[in-house]
Design a protein around this ligand. Structure first.
Ligand code: HPA
Ligand code: ZN
Length: 348
């Protein structure tokens, strides 16, 4: 392990880089003090001190690193979406935190069904609240933000239909894509073929969590059956050469989130993460956080891990930041502008 001093010095180097985030969940981006405030305001019974609260909503070293434990944190987090104000605040702060980490472009995904559950808010209200605060905070902090609506495999297709209809209605408001997330190990994707097709045909982009807690064939299914342009995680693609070839030919972008993979039990240790093997196999790899507050990381930490633990070179890291911009869901002209600016700022 590097010394503390080296970590600090080095982290600052990564903090200084302009960044692109393609895979971050709003529900995994809540500040602990904000949770304490919301709990006080709404009479939610939680441990009074922040450290004890942390055990419920953030990964601890002593936790068992399994996807069940990882997903369990999201269930606790659902307690905090108690008012429009709470949802506005959570959204604004998630964007402010990204700006502080020098994220220039972010696709923030949120799960309308999760945000609406505690107080039975109508889904359309929840979507409106997130869109409004996103616009406000992205202007205030100078980060370009686009939204992705997530649906969970372990929830009903009827709810997924409603989410897709709402996303289609808000395409012009910066809600540009849909995502299928949730329990990939125990729930099938097939029931969602129809609703994802509808989304695609209506002009929404598609990214799918696949090949994380499920096999490489799930990546193939996401590409061929769901028309996924990008894959969330997808690290298990390496288990099947044919699927690697398919993703390489299509130029499918992989939204890799190393720390999340470690903490949810996909890999045994960070230094055995297959990021570099994916790159060597010619796959279009990008580096992302997934759930910064649950994992207690920033995107700078993930860049640090890639370079310091997995020996990615600084030049390749910079190329991967541009690759993420090229894989983003902006219209071509806006994408070109972003890519050109990054080339310049990254001195490539
Ligand atoms: N995988 C599946 N579902 C999720 C994840 C993930 O990494 N994060 C939040 N929901
Ligand atoms: Zn995710």
């Amino acid at each position: 392990m590097p010394t503390a001093e080296r970590v600090t010095a080095s982290l600052n180097t990564y903090r200084a880089l302009p960044k692109v985030e393609l895979h971050r969940h709003l529900e995994g981006s809540l500040r602990l003090d904000t949770m304490v405030d919301i709990a006080r305001q709404h009479g939610i019974t939680i441990p009074a001190d922040v450290l004890r609260l942390s055990t419920l909503v953030q990964i601890q070293e002593e936790d068992k690193y399994t996807f069940e434990n990882f997903l369990a944190k999201f269930n606790t987090l659902r307690l905090f979406y108690r008012s429009p104000d709470a949802i506005h605040r959570i959204t604004r702060e998630a964007i402010e935190d990204a700006a502080k980490d020098n994220v220039r472009y972010m696709e923030l995904r949120f799960t309308p069904v999760a945000l609406s559950r505690a107080e039975r808010f109508p889904l359309h209200d929840v979507v409106d609240w997130v869109i409004t605060s996103t616009k406000e905070a992205s202007e205030k902090h100078g980060v370009i933000v686009r939204l992705i609506a997530s649906m969970n495999r372990h929830e009903s297709t009827e709810l997924a239909e409603q989410v897709v209809w709402l996303a289609v209605e808000h395409l012009e408001d910066g809600l540009v894509a849909i995502d299928l997330a949730g329990n990939e190990a125990e729930f099938k994707t097939e029931p969602f073929y129809g609703v994802v097709k509808e989304a695609r045909q209506s002009g929404l982009h598609v990214t799918i969590h696949a090949g994380e807690w499920g096999p490489a064939t799930n990546v193939k299914e996401a590409i061929e059956q769901l028309g996924a342009e990008r894959i969330g995680h997808g690290v298990r693609v390496l288990e099947d050469e044919d699927v690697v070839a398919l993703a390489r030919e299509r130029g499918t972008a992989f939204e890799v989130c190393m720390t999340s993979n470690y903490q949810s039990g996909v890999i045994g240790s960070l230094d055995t993460h297959p990021l570099m093997k994916m790159l060597e196999a010619g796959l279009n790899v990008t580096i992302n956080t997934d759930d910064p507050s649950i994992s207690r990381i920033t995107l700078s930490h993930e860049y640090y891990t890639a370079c310091e633990d997995l020996r990615m070179t600084q030049t390749i890291l910079r190329e991967r930041i541009v690759a993420a911009a090229n894989a983003c869901f902006l219209p071509e002209d806006e994408k070109e502008e972003l890519v050109t600016k990054l080339y310049k700022d990254l001195k490539l």
